[in-house]
Design a protein around this ligand. Structure first.
Ligand SMILES: [Zn+2]
Length: 147
């Protein structure tokens, strides 16, 4: 068994919400993953090994395995967090306005498990002009050969 969670929906584009408990997440996630995914934490920039991943593959939610981004839409933003210009499917992402810290930002959430991923900003590259700024600890990278 690979040591990552990868669990695409049975029918592409259709996500059903996971109904589980905080105890379950405490059990399967590390302290850092729990802080980011369940408590909307943020990892320190330039700390995720996923920043440098350029190989072809898919980035899946580390909590529930839903594929969220592909390497084809990953770009070097210089921010120190894995950055993408679009999700695999808009149905896989929930967005929510986040006004913490006196800023208005758009939070990016896994549509299946409700796990916090990061934020999306309107200063990304073409073709979308969006920058999904995602915590590496909220993602698993699955190389294309393993899909
Ligand atoms: Zn998830």
């Amino acid at each position: 068994m690979p040591d990552y969670r990868y669990d695409p929906p049975a029918r592409p584009g259709e996500v059903s919400k996971l109904d589980t408990t905080e105890d379950y997440w405490r059990e399967i996630l590390s302290d850092q993953e729990y802080n980011i995914l369940r408590e909307e934490g943020t990892e320190r920039s330039f700390t995720s090994p996923l920043n440098d991943v350029k190989a072809a593959g898919v980035f899946a939610c580390r909590a529930c395995g839903l594929p969220l981004f592909t390497s084809a839409t990953k770009f070097e933003s210089g921010t120190g967090w894995p950055s993408f210009y679009e999700p695999i499917d808009e149905a896989y992402i929930t967005e929510k306005v986040d006004t913490r810290y006196g800023m208005e930002r758009t939070e990016v959430i896994c549509a299946r498990c409700g796990g916090h991923q990061g934020h999306v900003f309107p200063d990304g590259p073409p073709p979308t002009g969006l920058r999904y700024c995602i915590n590496g600890a909220a993602l698993n990278f699955v190389p294309e050969a393993d899909l």
